[in-house]
Design a protein around this ligand. Structure first.
Ligand code: HEC
Ligand code: HEC
Ligand code: HEC
Ligand code: HEC
Ligand code: HEC
Length: 461
């Protein structure tokens, strides 16, 4: 090929690339939003000009309107290097860009044009967008410039935008003081419910809690590939299946947590209790069914709290707001004993104030039929499902304080459990050993409280 020919060919190629780049940019999904924003902002100024009496001011307003309408179309981004964020959200949410709209206020009613809620409150004042960006609170995909991708509702994006009250999980990440923080009330309620209902009896957070199941202090980081398997198809929210299209916008960690509270976990994770697929029977999820105790709102509050449990996002020191050190309330005697029961998550298995024996699949429990191996599996399972942990008030009458303390300190080994179906799985939920975990003083008050709630029989003892 002669030089001349090569020159022509490469020029043609260059032109092609140029046209392609130009078209791609021209058709970019963010353009119509930005263009419309400038158009709307121009209209506002034109209206002001029309009603302005002073001709000089009117002319200035008209000029300003012209200038806004002819603003350069560009990708705008907020760089927050030390939070590892490059947020282009303001490319479409132009009213939230301090350079384009220094007051951060406008009268527009629709997204992405309107201004940020609470611009005059700490939510915006204490977190200037130029320093905090957007995704630190909202999650989503900062670099993306199309709606679905930016909001994180696309395949392989692990941090979709937090919807509704779940956004309060972000406050938990930075604010050690979130329990008393204005704007984080739902997450604070979530933490309270988590402790009241005894979730920490089975799940550790920040090194505190039981080990029956996984620790939840990095639950917000759990990769989709480890949750979005076949079990997700069984999750129902408000009684409905999650839509299968755009999986990734629905099969996310928030819905996985919610799914554990708005379903019977044993139905979400049924495993293999009759050993159809495995050599040994594997019991379904040992997590209790909380539907009768937690409303949908309660469940969302817990999701908000847990959405802030991350280890992956390293929040630098200057973005972290310390909270007061955890402190036990000043209680004594029986009130303190009751508090100790709650503090260690005994309620997770024995119910709030020890009023329930929660489910313990394939243990003995109230209302079970006589075992008969010829029963159909559904009937066998229904009986296994009635297995329960003991309701403590029924048993306390037989204890003295010292024996009770020994029992609590030693726990009960799994192998000691009596199975309803001898061929079924060993009940997976067992009484943990608390030795060394609960202080002597706490144990004394706990035992005294447990003895005080012993059910008296009819004769008055
Ligand atoms: C390509 C344009 C575009 C980009 C980029 C964009 N958004 Fe949006 N955003 C929209 C539009 C359009 C809506 C309104 C329609 C909707 O909710 O899908 C919206 C709505 C929202 C809402 C309200 C959602 C609701 O359900 O009420 C939030 C919050 C939001 N965006 C945050 C963000 C954040 C955070 C980013 C950056 C990670 C971002 N957006 C990037 C176009 C965009
Ligand atoms: C300090 C945390 C925080 C930061 C930073 C933040 N937001 Fe928000 N944003 C919130 C909260 C909380 C809400 C819900 C407020 C409410 O409705 O009470 C919200 C609401 C919104 C909405 C919904 C408005 C509506 O009512 O439909 C949009 C859109 C939005 N933010 C976009 C952004 C964009 C874009 C940025 C970055 C320029 C940003 N946010 C930065 C916390 C934050
Ligand atoms: C990336 C970390 C970060 C996130 C996320 C965050 N904040 Fe903050 N917040 C801060 C820092 C840093 C300050 C400044 C503290 C200071 O000046 O002493 C602050 C200050 C505040 C203040 C005013 C001071 C105070 O303690 O009363 C409020 C209120 C507040 N944040 C609420 C929220 C709420 C609500 C959310 C969740 C929607 C949130 N923050 C999310 C880091 C964060
Ligand atoms: C009796 C023990 C027990 C109690 C109490 C309990 N869970 Fe669980 N939980 C489990 C077990 C076992 C699993 C694992 C099987 C499964 O996914 O269902 C689990 C799984 C989970 C998961 C999914 C974890 C993951 O990594 O996929 C979440 C989220 C969860 N529990 C939240 C809670 C909350 C919130 C509470 C309190 C309302 C609670 N749990 C109370 C035993 C318990
Ligand atoms: C992970 C679930 C779980 C947690 C958390 C738990 N227990 Fe238990 N507990 C059990 C089970 C299961 C049994 C029955 C064991 C057996 O007999 O096989 C039991 C038995 C007991 C018993 C003996 C009752 C009897 O049979 O006489 C006492 C007392 C007791 N628990 C107190 C507590 C206290 C106090 C706490 C909190 C410090 C606590 N439990 C936390 C599951 C739990």
């Amino acid at each position: 090929m002669s030089y001349r020919k090569a020159f022509i060919v490469s020029n043609a190629l260059l032109l092609g690339v140029f046209i392609w780049a130009f078209a791609k940019d021209f058709l970019a999904p963010w353009r119509p939003y930005q263009a419309k924003y400038y158009e709307m902002a121009g209209e506002v100024l034109d209206k002001q000009a029309a009603s302005e009496k002073d001709p000089k001011k009117a002319a200035d307003l008209k000029a300003a309107a012209y200038k806004v309408r002819h603003s350069p179309m560009e990708i705008k981004q907020i760089i927050v290097g030390d939070l590892g964020r490059f947020d282009r959200c303001v490319t479409c949410h132009v009213g939230m860009d301090e350079y384009t709209n220094p007051t951060l206020k406008n009268g527009f009613k629709e997204n992405p044009y309107k201004s940020h809620p609470k611009v005059d409150e700490a939510l915006v004042k204490a977190h200037p967008f130029t320093k905090f960006g957007c995704t630190g609170c909202h999650s989503g995909q900062g670099l993306a410039t199309s709606v679905e991708a930016a909001h994180g509702w696309v395949k392989h994006w692990e941090k979709p935008m937090l919807k509704g009250v779940h956004i309060q999980g972000s406050c938990v990440k930075c604010h050690g003081n979130f329990e008393t923080l204005k704007g984080a009330e739902t997450a604070a309620k979530g933490k309270k419910l988590f402790n009241q209902h005894g979730c920490q009896g089975c799940h550790m957070i920040s090194g505190f809690g039981g080990t029956t199941s996984v620790a939840l202090d990095d639950i917000a980081d759990k990769p989709f590939e480890r949750i979005a398997g076949y079990n997700f198809k069984r999750v129902r929210i408000d009684g409905k299946e999650l839509p299968d299209e755009h999986h990734d916008s629905h099969w996310n960690i928030q819905n996985w947590i919610l799914g554990h509270l708005t379903n019977d976990p044993a139905e979400v994770t049924p495993n293999d209790p009759f050993a159809h697929l495995n050599a040994e029977p594997i019991p379904p999820s040992g997590m209790p069914d909380f539907r009768s105790e937690l409303s949908r709102e309660d469940a969302d509050a817990i999701v908000a709290y847990l959405s802030g449990q991350t280890k992956e996002e390293q929040i630098p020191y200057r973005y972290h707001v310390p909270g007061p050190p955890a402190k036990d309330p000043a209680l004594s005697g029986l009130a303190h004993g009751r508090y100790v029961f709650q503090k260690y998550g005994c309620a997770g298995c024995h119910g709030i104030d020890a009023k329930l024996g929660r489910r313990r699949i394939n243990a003995m429990g109230p209302g079970q039929e006589e075992y008969d191996e010829k029963m159909p599996e559904a009937q066998l399972f229904a009986n296994m499902n009635k297995g329960a942990e003991p309701t403590l008030p029924d048993l306390m009458g037989t204890y003295k304080a010292a024996e009770l303390i020994t029992k609590i300190e030693n726990g009960v080994p799994a192998a000691d459990a009596k199975k309803w179906n001898p061929k079924g799985p060993l009940p997976m939920v067992t009484m943990p050993a608390w030795k060394g975990k609960i202080s002597k003083h706490e144990l004394d008050d706990l035992a005294a409280w447990l003895l005080s709630i012993a059910k008296k029989d009819d004769s008055g003892f």
